[in-house]
Design a protein around this ligand. Sequence first.
Ligand SMILES: C[S@@+](CC[C@H](N)C(=O)[O-])C[C@H]1O[C@@H](n2cnc3c(N)ncnc32)[C@H](O)[C@@H]1O
Length: 273
Amino acid sequence: MPATQITDEELKSLTSAILRRYGIDFTCYEPTSLKRRVDRCISVLKLETVHNLWVKLLKDQLFVHRFMDEVSVGLTAMFRDPIMWRALKTDILNKLATKSEISIWHAGCSSGEEVYTMGVVLQESGFQSKSKAIATDISDAAIAEAQQGKYYHLKLAEYGKNYRGYNPLGSFEKYYQRDGADGVMNSQLVDHVDFRHHNLISEPPPGKFDIIFCRNVMIYFDNKAKINLLEQFHQHLNDGGYLIIGFYDALVPLIDKSKYYFINLDAKIFQKI
Ligand SMILES: C[S@@+](CC[C@H](N)C(=O)[O-])C[C@H]1O[C@@H](n2cnc3c(N)ncnc32)[C@H](O)[C@@H]1O
């Protein structure tokens, strides 16, 4: 456990300063878990004090991305939120069954866990051969990791437990090969995805899609950026296409009901009108 313990006041000032300076919004994070992650960040980056973190964040423009990577550690996992993956299968894939091709975009894919989860869901639903997926992130380190499809075996064991929440009768272990202390996702899953660098704020979406995942990414953005992105996603979804956001993205009030059907609010699935 890291020694630094950022106070509520320090956290509030830090997140407000980051929002003012970079337009990156950490203020809607749940404070207890954010404090834990900021403490962890100070320890991992050997900054020792909140003050040092503060100075680095305000002076070094590039550092904010490193900070984002560190703070978001642990925010991705395979088969996280099984309720969403089950809903995706019943509410979306069944409806797309008649399409000859399904195009998918994972926007802000991090180290790939969400992408491989979808790969497994597509394989088990028999849709892999007629689907194509693009996965993008602003972090080159994250993209490189995602492309490798290699995860520590204890993490994979944890993901196996999540998977059983989605499919109690299936076997998650068949989707990767053990390689020393790691497991490597099967090549069918890795090769299925086109991984690319992409900045959601400054670049247009890389095509038109039937499903766009943008989960736990927009949490970093201010409302103007969120509304702009929701509009861009709308324009880049095929007719009747689906948008899936994260459980804590605090976006629902910003979603225009004249543009999206609220298909499944618990699972945060929306459909283009
Ligand atoms: C917490 S992860 C989410 C991973 C995955 N979507 C999930 O929910 O499991 C957030 C990711 O968003 C990426 N990100 C942040 N700002 C971005 C931007 N402007 N453009 C693209 N990706 C961005 C970060 O690099 C990070 O990998």
